[in-house]
Design a protein around this ligand. Sequence first.
Ligand SMILES: Cc1cc2nc3c(=O)[nH]c(=O)nc-3n(C[C@H](O)[C@H](O)[C@H](O)COP(=O)(O)O)c2cc1C
Length: 164
Amino acid sequence: MKLKNVLIVYGSFLGSTKEISSRMKTTLENRNYIVDLKSADEKVPNLSRYDLIIIGSAIHGGLPHPAVLNFVKSNLDTLKKKRTAVFIVCMTIASTKADKKEAAMHYPHKVAAGFRPESTAVFAGTARDGGWFGNLVGELMLGVKPGDYRDWKKIESWTVSLVK
Ligand SMILES: Cc1cc2nc3c(=O)[nH]c(=O)nc-3n(C[C@H](O)[C@H](O)[C@H](O)COP(=O)(O)O)c2cc1C
């Protein structure tokens, strides 16, 4: 059966993951896929009608968005049977510190607990200006300076790779 109906479910604290999810929807719609975009705390009736479910989460304090974790927990049986993909939006993937960057590579496993996505990705998000003190702490502790680190080309090419 040809893949046609796609669901993108996202958990975003401050909006950058939501914008990435939105770009993914447009990218797929431009290729004639039918795409539903939902925040993880919205009700999604009848998951079984989707051929591919893409789950995206921002990270705060080392953890995925709680609504994403709830979505996974509540729909685990279906997710086990479906084609799935998971992406993460965080800052430490762009860190100058090797240990922080390496730790970020493991974030997808925190979402994909109990099911096996066919693809995972970790994208850099947006580090907001935290004032001089916040920025200094961010740079010293996390190895990240404020800025929008989203790489739209990378995001689009991963999205397209899912439907090839
Ligand atoms: C309070 C707070 C905590 C954060 N904790 C982490 C973290 O533990 N690891 C990380 O890589 N990024 C962390 N970040 C960076 C966010 O993941 C990044 O800003 C991302 O773009 C947020 O996505 P959102 O705008 O969809 O919420 C944190 C950001 C904030 C504001």
